[in-house]
Design a protein around this ligand. Sequence first.
Ligand code: PEP
Ligand code: MN
Length: 343
Amino acid sequence: MLIVMKPDATSTEIDRVLEVIETLGFRGHTMPGENRTAIGITGNRGSVDPAHFENLAGVADAIRVTKPYKLISKELRPEKSIIKVGNATIGGPELAIIAGPCAVETVDQVFAAAEAVAKSGAKFFRGGAFKPRTSPYAFQGKGEDGLKILADVRDQFGLNIVTEAMDEHGIDLVEKYGDCIQIGARNMQNFSLLKYAGKTRKPVLLKRGLSATLDEFMLAAEYIMAEGNYDVILCERGIRTFADHARNTMDLSIVPALHRYTHLPVIVDPSHGTGHNYMVTPLARAGVAVGADGLIIEIHPCPEEALCDGAQALTPVQYAALVSQVNEIYKTVENYEPALAIL
Ligand code: PEP
Ligand code: MN
């Protein structure tokens, strides 16, 4: 059930609707929009009788939601969400570029990468302190020490920190040191972790699982939002297919599909999406061309020495070229968007 308030509904009227929702034993999620506020209801097993709401002051409509997801949906919020991450935004008028090394290795390596990212005009820095590695013998990340280095990057360069957490303790630490909690592909359906992230007040960057369908991906985001954290950013990072020329197959068609059903920003990660240095820039350009709101790009001051994902890392020089190209494409795509909206 979705309650659409009248454009001039007062906060007292909104509070009264929330009170009725609570009295029924459900949870109300207020989603303010440009023209009106909508309130999503969760916690109900069957359908909710619209009669509870239709005569309340300020209510324009009570709509039954037929899809399995509610809070991520365009029905609840027709406009695109702009998510605040630190002192910048994702989903706003600027292309959001999140760049940095795969893993935090040393202070020198991280600061060299951060210098390149700051110089490019990007607002977000990435780097894993907790690394989900296929082999237990591979470098697992520097943990809290790594997060402290990332916090120093924020202090020195003013970049906002996006970094992965793999468990609840990791989420607590990323909340303390970072600006955005990344949930990696392998944890996209770790439902208890999603719920835990949903209880925090830091934005969450949710990566698509290696074999997740559109619905599974959207429902994973719904898990976070159902706990009250509405600041979720979706990231396509490639899926497993029979194709073996790339590390993963970047499924760019999911970008317009996600924009069709959800108000959440969508970014793409051509680094993990391809796994190869020479493919990253072409797929970054393509991702922006299909409507991504941002990019994740792995860079390393010396890719051949990287402890993790060196084959897909761009050098600072390659990265600078990518940024100027994608910004040009982004400007062009923006001009097409109003025309696409009427299709
Ligand atoms: C990462 O971004 O460092 C990462 C491990 O990505 P993914 O979860 O997409 O594999
Ligand atoms: Mn990586």
